[in-house]
Design a protein around this ligand. Sequence first.
Ligand SMILES: [Zn+2]
Length: 486
Amino acid sequence: MGKNGTDRDFPAFHLNRRQLLAAASASAVSLGFGVSEGVAQAPRAREGRYLFKNAVVLSFDPKIGDFDRADVLVEGTKIAAVQPNITAAATVIDARDTIVMPGFADTHHHFYQSALRNVLGNGLLVDYFRDIVEKATPLYRVEDAYDGVLAGALRSLSSGITHVTDLSQVSNTPEHSDAMIKAFRDSGIRAVHAYSRGYGAGAKYPGDVERIQKQHFPSNDGLVTLALGAAINKDQWLLARKHGLRIFTHVVGSVGAVAPGNVIKLGDEGLMGADNVYIHFTNATDEQMKKVKDTGGHISLAIPIEMVMRHGTPPLQQSLDHGIRPSLSSDVETTMAADAFTQMRAAFTLQRMQINERAVKGEKDLPALLTAKDVIAMATIEGARTNGVESRTGSLTPGKDADIVMLRTNMTNVMPLNNAYSAIVTGMDTSNVDTVMVSGKILKARGRFIGVNTAALQRRITASRDYIIEKAGWPKSVIDTSMPGH
Ligand SMILES: [Zn+2]
């Protein structure tokens, strides 16, 4: 953050920050639009108050409910009121022809990989371990980690995701960790930095967690918070708990070493708890899933990735059968888009396909089909629950932080609006994301980023890509490039 606490100060490892920030005169209430198309003026907040006026409002708070037409008042960093016909001295955001709802959450992603988007488009998990984990990741410099996280965080914000969890598996040195934390803070997104392993002689995982906590997270209640990305490993889990950190663990049924059975062994020692988040949890038995439920654990599903990369069938229905509402996550952009629409549509179609197939086969007394509303809840409030911050975000509830997305409905893909839930899950894409607010701060408005020079960002992430590809000895063509081995 800049001197006045509001300037978006991107530290440049190689580039002057002015090359990244289009508007040099950003201030507390007037942020410049800086996308490459030009510069525009953002709304001026009146005494830190914004009023979204005349929107379709989906609160995802059962006590508040939903409205065909209502207003949302934001005061400072918080949601102050959600109801029709609010009158307040505030900057009015004309929200006619939009849906105003909580921002989306992505509860598991590897942000550092932004420079490697789509390089493994047809790859399986085995290819990912060889090419991304073992080959590319050790090559990452500090600036590659920073640029990757920044580019990823801005992509998330642009697509309406206000809350993310980063499994930072490029903690090759403490400086890499510092850079990733800084990138999140610079982006303005709400993020959980789930400190994870790195590669090479300079890697200090997991011991560096103590320094990271002391240096960057003296309190763990800011916009960026700390957790531990841990293996299925007793010592790592105990370390996380010693520091009061949530534990995020990949559990993949198709990979023996990290299969669900090994988690249950830790559970048998009393180590599975409500602070555990299990990512994927594919190929589990019902007993194993029941153990997650009984111990209060959380499930994060990366459904498109699990389906295309051979993690095993996403245990969406199995989670639901055991009373667990999973959250959704995008995992890796080497192989799949990271926006919430992609995740929601995949969850919706997968679960309904599975139940419909059972119906076609003649089975009776089937589980309920997921509705579009169910799926949006997984992408919002369940994400907040997975990250343990449902008291702060995940719904439009007065008193919670103002993490809000405004989706445009007067566009050719969804007009005329007839069903808000279905329009979001089965009709919209990222082009409908008009305005994005995190903790009361507008980061995107009228479809455009505020204060970000995407052309400069492109130059940085491209240079990073060129460096990694060169060092890895990978093909330089951008047409259906195949990595070695497949
Ligand atoms: Zn992952």
